[in-house]
Design a protein around this ligand. Structure first.
Ligand code: ADP
Ligand code: MG
Length: 738
């Protein structure tokens, strides 16, 4: 049989034909035990002990665990040990690995190889090169910072995250995790402010812990992220320029079978995806990423993985690395990983839940309810301070997760809404109500009624609650940690984690000041603590919400309570330029005003670029693929009508064809007219000099009036036009072909 020319040349049909040959059948070599490969490519302290002299090891230990500046005199020593280890593993190059404000990771490779003064070739790695580098990084976003100060940016070693070896194909590179700062010290990356926020939290939390346990000398914020993602066939994706260029489909009608059956959730993982998962998991284990769970998500072709939680800085590095590894490994399997928050309209989006808590160096999880009145009081202290922090800085929490991609999720009746609220479950709601009701704040030391409650035993009840209503909450207590659910799947966790830990540090600092003031006045310590807890509950309870976060009633109720509900990124980001934010970040030494303004600017720019690219892709596809296909189909119909007419048939014999013809014309016209209008709106927006106003114009004048409208008509055409003429792979092909 001869295929029609369109069929032969269409990427869509080629991709579908190639599907089975695309499947990588080669078995991933399975390692018997994860423990056998875990950390294989990481310069852990255990490995370091082996490769470093006593002094060098002690110096590294002090920097890694104690946050001490690396001792420069030990630099060469440590570098030599690192190189010896890496060379044994076949490494020839090293790089400073950092996370610039693009949200991705960056690296610039240098070889150990060099020439001595007399021309003798040697391999060396000097302490200076380990500790500091000056990458040519002028093309990374700086929000005008480097222009203002100095063109150079520096990377500096972060010893709290261990060096690792990245394998790409046959190449192996020693990666040194670093921060990235300007010549004058302004941060140009996501790690620097995160480290500062973690230091601020450590200090503030240790101070408060002293009320309960004098032995606590360090508090680390812990993070366990859950990464959601889609996996699609790479061949099919090539025929979808929108997926390749924007990470999401700008067109596409919902498939006849969607997620309504929910048969994908926890269902069997398709073999092809399973092979991919095992492959990227093995690489992750070698790099010390403690992945533990994998499963299907609600939507077809959607999956999730999650590690065991870690200290936050390391957890953030590991998530950044994982996104990299997944993307790379997928190529080997002819697959494409989609980390976008909303790749498919009408199908669940992807998030990255950030499970967060704090733990002490005495081994206590500060958000785990205790077994004695004393430990319960400590739990209540940190629990209520978190509620107060989120209440007081809800706008900043919202801003920390704002992005063009996440706008599709927040408030779109499937993801946590744009209103920041906290779910704590029925039991703890009751506990807080009891505390609140104690008129006059008369508590006694071992408060029978409140602190003797076996909160820890009642946690299973929380888990029962942990079903539907909890899912709709952007910030939910889940027994021994808070789950910040509104973070987008493609986000670097450093942003939300910097904000969360900073507001927590600030709140704890004030808590201590207020409690100390009462103690000064002669109040008993425990009673003073209870009184301030009570005060905080009263001040912040309006942020607590146990109902359905997706409901319209909640929007109304939240408005009544005066909770902010900012639905779009350009406006959500305004929180960064408020006097309150400037004071918060400056007081805690996270960002100075310039750094904060620069970040605000960069996030607005990123938004503009994303929407701009999407608008262009929409225009291009509509004009060059969609309308031509519809016109071809129209011609077929015209020929058909003409033929029937010539054969002498009554008009009623081709009335359906005429109806279709008219509808096609209407859709084609509407698309064409609105694409033109959208281009005009874009041109106008491009002329705006102020980035904030430009972002608002892209949101309100380009995206809002045209994206959904154009899409609506394109998707209607998809349902009408002869399937063999349609050039973009359809949802059913992207989502269900394995
Ligand atoms: P599930 O919710 O599936 O029952 P868990 O509650 O054990 O599983 O954990 C969900 C996520 O929360 C995991 O990524 C886990 O590492 C993380 N997590 C558990 N405890 C903490 C903690 N104390 N701090 C931060 N993250 C945590
Ligand atoms: Mg979760």
């Amino acid at each position: 049989m001869r295929l029609k020319p369109e069929k032969m040349s269409s990427l869509r049909f080629k991709a579908i034909n190639n599907l089975s040959s695309n499947v990588v059948t080669e078995k991933v070599k399975a390692s018997a035990r994860i423990t056998g490969i875990f950390n294989e490519n990481v310069f852990t302290l255990k490995t370091a002990r082996h490769y470093l002299s006593d002094d060098a090891y002690k110096s590294l230990l002090a920097s890694t665990l104690g946050g001490k500046k690396i001792d420069r005199s030990m630099g060469n020593n440590i570098a030599n040990g690192l190189r010896a280890w890496a060379e044994e593993k076949g490494v020839t190059h090293f790089t400073h690995w950092f996370q610039p404000l693009t949200g991705l990771s960056a690296e610039k490779h240098d070889s150990f190889f060099t020439l001595k003064g007399d021309g003798t070739p040697i391999e060396e790695f000097e302490g200076a090169a380990l500790i500091q580098q000056e990458p040519d990084a002028s093309s990374f976003p700086s929000g005008g910072l480097r222009a203002t100060f100095e063109a150079r940016g520096y990377t500096a070693w972060d010893p709290s995250s261990p060096a690792f070896i990245m394998e790409t194909g046959e190449g192996k590179t020693l990666c040194i995790p670093t921060i990235f700062v300007s010549y004058t010290g302004e941060s140009l990356d996501t790690k620097t402010p995160l480290l500062k926020a973690l230091v601020a939290l450590d200090k503030a939390a240790v101070d408060v812990c002293q009320y309960f346990d004098k032995n606590v000398s360090k508090v680390a914020a812990t993070l366990g992220w859950e990464q959601e993602y889609f996996v699609v066939d790479a061949g099919i994706a090539i025929a979808r320029p929108d997926l390749l260029l924007t990470g999401r489909t700008v067109f596409g009608h919902a498939p006849a079978k969607g997620q309504q059956l929910e048969d994908h959730y926890f269902g069997a993982i398709p073999e092809r995806v399973y092979a991919f998962m095992r492959d990227f998991e093995q690489e992750s284990y070698r790099l010390g990423i403690p992945l533990r769970t994998r499963h299907n998500e609600v939507a077809p072709a959607q999956f999730e993985c999650a590690p065991i939680y870690e200290e936050t800085n390391l957890a953030v590095d590991h998530n950044t690395l994982l996104m990299d590894i997944m993307t790379r490994v997928a190529k080997r399997h002819n697959l494409l990983v989609l980390l976008h928050e909303k790749p498919f309209a009408g199908i669940n989006g992807s998030g990255k839940h950030n499970n967060w808590s704090m733990s002490t160096d005495t081994g206590v999880n500060l958000l785990a309810p205790g077994k004695t009145p004393k430990t319960n009081l400590m739990f209540l202290t940190f629990f209520v301070n978190t509620i107060k922090a989120v209440h007081d800085y809800a706008e900043l929490i919202r801003a920390s997760i704002a992005s063009a991609g996440n706008d599709h999720r927040l408030g779109a009746n499937e993801a946590p809404p744009a209103i920041i609220s906290i779910f704590i479950g029925k039991y703890l709601t009751d506990v807080l109500e009891q505390v609140e009701k104690r008129v006059g704040g008369n508590f006694d030391e071992q408060d029978e009624a409140i602190l003797k409650l076996d909160i820890h035993k009642s946690i299973p009840e929380l888990m029962l609650d942990n079903t539907d209503r909890n899912r709709t909450s952007p910030f939910a207590f889940t027994g021994n940690k808070f789950e910040f659910r509104a973070v987008g799947s493609s986000a670097n966790c450093a942003g939300p984690m910097t904000t969360l830990n900073t507001i927590m540090a600030e709140t704890l600092k004030h808590f201590k000041i207020e409690v100390d003031a009462l103690i000064e006045k002669g109040e008993k310590k425990e009673v003073a603590i209870m009184q301030i807890i009570q005060k905080y509950i009263v001040e912040s309870k309006k942020v607590l919400f146990e109902g359905d976060g997706y409901s319209d009633e909640w929007e109304k109720e939240a408005a009544k309570r005066g909770l902010p509900n900012v639905k779009t990124t350009p406006l959500a980001l305004d929180a960064y330029s408020s006097a309150k934010a400037k004071k918060l970040f400056e007081d805690n030494k996270i960002y100075n005003h310039l750094e904060l303004e620069a970040r605000h600017e960069i996030m607005l720019e990123a938004y503009v670029k994303k929407v701009q690219i999407e608008a262009r892709v929409m225009g291009d596809l509509a004009t060059t693929l969609i309308i031509p296909a519809a016109l071809k189909y129209q011609n077929i119909l015209l020929e058909n009508i003409k033929g029937l007419k010539d054969a002498g048939l009554e008009a009623s014999a081709y009335s359906s064809q005429k109806t279709i013809l008219t509808q096609l014309s209407e859709h084609i016209n509407t698309i064409s007219i609105n694409v033109t209008k959208m281009i005009e709106a874009r041109k106008k927006a491009n002329e705006i000099a102020n980035t904030r106003e430009k972002a608002i114009a892209y949101c309100d004048d380009v995206k809002a009036p045209y994206f959904d409208l154009i899409r609506y008509h394109v998707d209607k055409l998809e349902l009408m036009v002869d399937d063999s003429l349609w050039l973009l792979p359809k949802y059913r092909e992207i989502l269900f072909l394995r």
